[in-house]
Ligand binder design. Structure first.
Ligand code: BEZ
Ligand code: FE
Length: 294
């Protein structure tokens, strides 16, 4: 192998070095990675010092990761890569409810709760009823669908961020839809909050004059046998930062109004709440298993 290669020759040689890769998909990904990475480096032509700073940044990002902190996912989130991956992977089923990022706070198991339970019993603030129905893309109710729900409180904190103030499981619930695919629970209207800023990703936001906030939202993972699991949120319509989510995860179809409790909802669930919101969750059929052509 010669060492006095032009950029194009160098790229071609590195690409060729993967020719014996047994896993076809791995080979494709590595080849494209090298082509795009080399093009980026040629484009920005970093100084040695800039390249060294880039390596330092990635090193610091890795060092920040623990069992309960994933700084690389956060980096992927603030660069819009997480949303790009989500969007690409759900492009085939536009009739299903849009997916959005998982986020780092789904780190503990949600406690099983009965339909109609208060999932935020320790939280103060404006109380609301969240109700909806889980259906297929053809409108059939999905009886017994499982809904894993988690959210920040009225002050913008998840239970795991305040172990001294909130018991683990406050703001979380594992619910099972009824025979008609319906679900309903009580909670508080969540607040907007900042993503973690005490690591390299926070430094990046600071250096680029970007704010760290996410608009108020409630997370859902919805699953049922025979359907593709859906990871999504509902966003509180009038929340701060609804137009400038730090992780680019807002989709218009997921923005829900939180409106004063109707007499019908009050009659069904009691007058313990001020507001209500609803969402229809549409699950796509499970994908056929891919044939293994490697
Ligand atoms: C969240 O909504 O929990 C979240 C998502 C991405 C980055 C940080 C937080
Ligand atoms: Fe969140």
């Amino acid at each position: 192998m010669t060492t006095d290669l032009s950029g194009a020759d160098l790229t071609a040689q590195v690409v060729a070095s993967f020719a014996a890769t047994g896993d076809r998909r791995l080979r494709e990904i590595l080849e494209r990675l090298v082509v795009h990475l080399h093009a980026l480096v040629e484009d920005v032509a970093p100084t040695i010092d800039e390249w060294s700073r880039a390596i330092d940044f990635l090193t610091a990002t890795g060092k920040m990761c623990t069992d309960v902190r994933q700084e690389f996912i956060l980096l992927s989130d603030v660069l819009g890569v997480s949303m790009l991956v989500e969007t690409i992977n759900h492009a085939d089923t536009p009739e299903a409810t849009s997916s959005t990022v998982l986020g780092p706070f789904h780190m503990v198991e949600s406690p099983p709760r009965a339909l109609g339970s208060d999932i935020s019993p320790q939280s103060d603030g404006t109380r609301c009823v969240v109700q909806g129905r889980v259906v297929s893309t053809t409108g059939e109710p999905i009886a017994g669908a499982a809904l894993d729900v988690w959210q920040a409180d009225t002050h913008g904190f998840y239970d795991v961020q305040q172990p001294e103030l909130q018991a683990q499981g406050n703001g979380r619930g594992l619910l099972t839809a009824d025979g008609d695919g319906r679900f309903w629970f009580l909670t508080v209207v969540p607040a907007h909050y900042p993503i973690p800023t005490d690591g390299p990703v926070g430094d990046l936001l600071q250096a680029t004059g970007r704010h760290p906030f996410r608009p108020a939202h409630i997370h859902f993972i919805v699953s049922a046998p025979g359907y593709t699991e859906l990871t999504t949120h509902i966003f509180v319509a009038d929340s701060a930062y609804i137009d400038s989510d730090a992780v680019f995860a807002v989709k218009d179809s997921l923005i829900r109004p939180f409106v004063p409790l109707t007499s019908e909802t009050a009659a069904r669930f009691g007058r313990g709440s001020d507001l209500e919101t609803d969402i229809e969750i549409i699950l796509a059929p499970a994908a056929e298993p891919a044939s293994d052509d490697r």
